[in-house]
Ligand binder design. Sequence first.
Ligand code: SAH
Length: 368
Amino acid sequence: MAAFHDLEQVIKASIRQNGPMDVGSYMSLCLSHPEYGYYMKQDPFGKSGDFVTAPEVSQLFGEMLGAWCADIWMQMGAPERFMFLECGPGRGTLMADMMRSTRMAKGFHAAAELHLLEISPALKAKQKETLADYKVEWHAGLDTVPDDAPMIVIGNEFFDALPFRSFQKQSDGQWAERVVALEGGGEQAGLCFGLRPLGVEMEGYIPFHLKGAQAGSIFEAAPVRQNVMRQIAERIKSQNGAALFLDYGHAQSGLGDSFQALKGHKYVDVLKFCGDADLTSHVDFEGLVQGLDRLVDVRGAVEQGAFLCALGIEVRMQMLAQKISEQEAFALQKGLQRLIASDQMGALFKVVYMGALDGHRKIEPCGF
Ligand code: SAH
């Protein structure tokens, strides 16, 4: 096999051999190629990294989610053991903040068995450091997470990192799939978007009410995300428990191209910097939970700002502000605004809940 020096070469060689690839395959390679994938190489977070997430913005975020989890656990009847699972834990900051804020919830720490779903070796190493005080198990997939106790599942900016597929309405009235192709045939050919006829297996993913959209419209569907969500719903149904996912996206399925690449806090071309930029798309929450209300109690998606305020984040901020310097309080207030203000993360980010329905105690989740 030829030796490749970078991911762009790998992708181009694959296109030359197998033809254009769907956007999901391209995204998977860019993020998780074993050697050159974005998440396989580096720690993408923090001020010097490519993007900043809510737990990195403010400790208040994890503290509120910790309180939310403790409340769920108590409503479940304070089971002696439960799987505390975080999907895509980044630097481990959210889990550390949740654990710190639940120290006062009697019995919670003794019952919580920490499980992290993570594919990035660099981030796993970072999580080991951040969570050095706790016993933690890592998983590459849901299958190895134990199924002999209830579970509470949390994920922040997890689903946007999983692959999606993109479709475009053509002027002949047909939908086509957007693919990544080669611009021309020469050695120097760059990557470009192309279209290919829609496979029958994908037709069902375009919602009926959007099928008549005007030519040029784009619709994004994410079977991979839906499958992961369904697996979690099935676990919650059979094991008892609840799940909470926060992400940027839209509550209802809609049209639009939300494929984006972030590098050094700037948006860049999604077809450049293969493996060196973070690739995501908005989460279609309606699509994500489609059909799952037959398995579990589904709530939301609601806006993150409203959710955090319902949990009392502003009161928590005021309590903390009394114990710190004016300067620190100012920084904390700034972080809080970033999380809840509608022109910042408060409205774009949404929160969705799934909880066990029948045969168990009914849970009434706070914030919905
Ligand atoms: N929740 C963190 C990080 C969000 S970034 C925060 O809010 O700061 C996305 C996270 O999901 C990273 O930890 C990344 O390594 C992980 N991830 C991406 N794809 C994954 C996959 N297929 N399986 C498990 N984890 C994945």
